[in-house]
Design a protein around this ligand. Sequence first.
Ligand code: ADP
Ligand code: MG
Length: 249
Amino acid sequence: MSELIITDLHAKAEEKEILSGVNLTILSGEVHAIMGPNGSGKSTLAHILMGRPGYEITQGNITLNGEDITHKPTWQRAQSGLFLAMQYPVEIDGVTLSDLLNESSSDISNINELISHEADLLGLEKIDMARGVNSDMSGGEKKRMETLQLVALKPQIAILDELDSGLDVDGLKIVSSRIEKATIEDDLGVLVITHYSRLLEELKPDHVHIFVNGRIVDSGPAELAYELEKTGYEKWTTSLETSVSLGGL
Ligand code: ADP
Ligand code: MG
């Protein structure tokens, strides 16, 4: 059983507060969706959870399985079982997927067999795996590659930042159902950041959180994602109603 606990997390970049008191606990096998307007700090949260430099954590902490990882370097977080699929995956020329998996701490047996099996499932069978990771790939192919890394590395908790952006309808279905399968078979815990409930049709959230101005202002069951898609964020962005909604938590 794994447990990622975010407590009262405040962070700033270039003197501007971006995270303003995030509280969230993610357990193995659970899917938490974060939805919120552009610029509300969702990617910042994802980056800070994975230890990206350039942000100052001014208050609060992050623990993984009881260990405080708030100030740990990214590689240690990865080794402890945390994984981030970035909103904009980087191209790593000259490093193949099998190089990357070989260098990871997990001892994966039959890496090449695993890659070709999962690549088939994820619709990447036409990609030459001797290429650098994500090199010259389309946006959708990169998202499938991120998913391939995720299923090969078998982390305990995965953070997926707009995994749906760039994916076509078929890709969306394949990727989200593959990750849902990992939540069931490997007890993967997921924090998925998305704007669209479509991703959540296959990857079924246990909790949906509304993220506004650097913090969670409302939480609810999966249906909240559908409500949000109809109404937009207005209910949560007007300060009066935000306080009403918080009062109702
Ligand atoms: P979201 O993912 O919710 O759209 P982001 O987390 O990308 O939002 O950004 C939230 C706000 O913080 C934006 O106004 C963005 O410009 C700002 N921001 C993010 N990272 C940095 C940084 N490293 N330096 C300065 N400002 C940043
Ligand atoms: Mg973002």
